[in-house]
Design a binder for this molecule. Structure first.
Ligand code: HEM
Length: 420
């Protein structure tokens, strides 16, 4: 940590010694997210790279095509107010807070500078931390549209997810009127962000469930080393990279003409499926290496598809067992279905039966779930060899609106105002 605290309560950016110079806008990242790398500052270059801020404004929300950060705090909220004005005011306050926190600044007047008689605007635990590539991505669940006169604006694609074979969903970990996905390279930056949004929303929304994630299980940067999931396999080998503008356009971003007038407000947005998938670690760890490799259709060391030598060699699906995960999930076996996976591992202690409560918090973005997750999961839930070792215990679907355009824009404006 390079920052030094002092009594004047400076911004986190000032604390890390970026000299107060305007952050240079660095390499453009597809999806409108621009990494503010701090290039041009004479601060520690490593700190600038790993601690950089990601541009909050853009055509699409950051946190989707943005190179995957190390940590996640995901929260689903229930709405507690019937007052549309009050809810819209909260969305505006949330946007202002998100804009500051993603730039590495504290909320409002910060943790120390406000009135001594009032609770501080910011809870303070991120003071002195770098922006840590924090991204905050908002989503609207199907149940939100039962409120505030929004029924006519519910997108066709925001369906109620069907029940899949093997689902064992816990109500307390399922659904939600809204969600915020906070991703950052420092877990404290992500947790601080969710905590402060929940605090600002007090009385208007309440956290329904939340999930911490570590160890990303997907790669959205072609050159990065592919991370491994808790079963020890490379995960995210074949994914959509944040730089693949054409594939993002085709498979992830909602297009202008995708829907009628009703959901024109979603153009530039996406749909997010979140599934808490418990992994039966203890059973897996007693399974032979051969069986493990057969389950995925890839080898454990390299991540190479069956019969091939390198991780990125094209899979020959017929060489895999008919129920291998990759054989069943590959686009060639699903009429081209392609989703952007952005999940994280989790370990939430033990389950009281001596087993780790661990697994994959699966996050997938797509242009339309009816042509993405739903048909894919129908297939996997019926046939995948992996099913013996996993169980889906939480589930939610959210409409992810387009990006916040500029300093006057706010989360939800396209939905709550008439002009898109
Ligand atoms: C705990 C549950 C899961 C685990 C451990 C897991 C693990 C893996 C692994 C190791 C790969 C191969 C490497 C790669 O290309 O990324 C893979 C590929 C893939 N998985 Fe999963 N996965 C899980 C659940 C799911 C679910 C629920 C879906 C979608 C409904 C899914 C969709 C895919 C897709 C589309 C691919 C790429 C197939 C290809 O293009 O070759 N996975 N998964």
């Amino acid at each position: 940590m390079t920052g030094h605290t002092n009594d004047s309560g400076p911004s986190r950016r000032a604390l890390i010694g970026w000299g107060g110079a305007g952050l240079a806008l660095g390499a453009a990242v597809a999806g409108g997210a621009v990494a503010m790398t701090g290039a041009g500052d004479d601060a520690d270059p490593v700190a600038a790279e790993t601690g950089a801020a990601v541009q909050f404004h853009g055509a699409h929300q950051a946190g989707i095509a943005t190179p995957v950060q190390d940590r996640l705090h995901f929260a689903a909220f229930d709405v507690k107010t019937d007052d549309r004005e009050e809810f819209v005011r909260m969305l505006k306050d949330w946007t202002a807070a998100a804009r500051r926190m993603t730039a590495g600044k504290p909320v409002g007047e910060g943790a120390f500078d406000g009135l001594a008689e009032a609770p501080p605007d910011d809870t303070g635990e991120a003071m002195g931390l770098k922006p840590s590539r924090l991204t905050l991505t908002i989503g609207f669940g199907p149940s939100l549209f039962d409120r505030f006169g929004l029924r006519d604006r519910r997108p066709e694609a925001l369906v109620d997810l069907p029940t899949f074979p093997g689902d064992n969903l816990e109500k307390a970990r399922t659904g939600g009127d809204l969600c915020i996905q906070a991703c950052a390279d420092d877990p404290q930056a992500a947790v601080h962000a969710i905590r402060n949004l929940a605090r600002i929303g007090f009385g208007k929304v309440a956290v329904r469930w939340s999930q911490l994630g570590f160890g990303k299980t997907s790669s959205t940067t072609p050159d990065a080393q592919t991370p491994r999931n808790l079963f020890g396999f490379k995960d995210g080998t074949r994914n959509i990279a944040g730089t693949e503008t054409d594939r993002l356009k085709k498979f992830v971003w909602v297009g202008d003409g995708d829907a009628g007038d009703k959901d024109a407000w979603m153009a530039g947005g996406s749909y997010l499926v979140a599934r808490r998938i418990r992994m039966n670690i203890e059973t897996w760890d007693r399974t032979s290496l051969q069986e493990q490799e057969d389950v995925f259709g890839r080898d454990k060391r390299e991540g190479a598809p069956v019969g091939k030598a390198e991780e990125h060699d094209a899979p020959f699906l017929k060489a895999m067992k008919p129920d291998a995960h990759v054989r069943l999930a590959h686009p060639d076996a699903n009429n081209g279905i392609t989703i952007l996976r952005r999940g994280y591992s989790f370990t939430d202690g033990t389950d009281g039966l001596g087993r780790l409560d661990a697994g994959l918090f699966f996050l997938a973005y797509q242009r339309d779930v009816r042509e993405g997750f739903i048909p894919l999961q129908r297939r996997l839930s019926a046939h995948d060899a992996l099913n013996e070792y996993i169980q889906h215990v939480g589930s939610a679907l959210f409409a992810i609106p387009p990006g916040v355009r500029d300093a006057d824009d706010w989360w939800g404006r396209p939905l709550f105002s008439k002009e898109a």
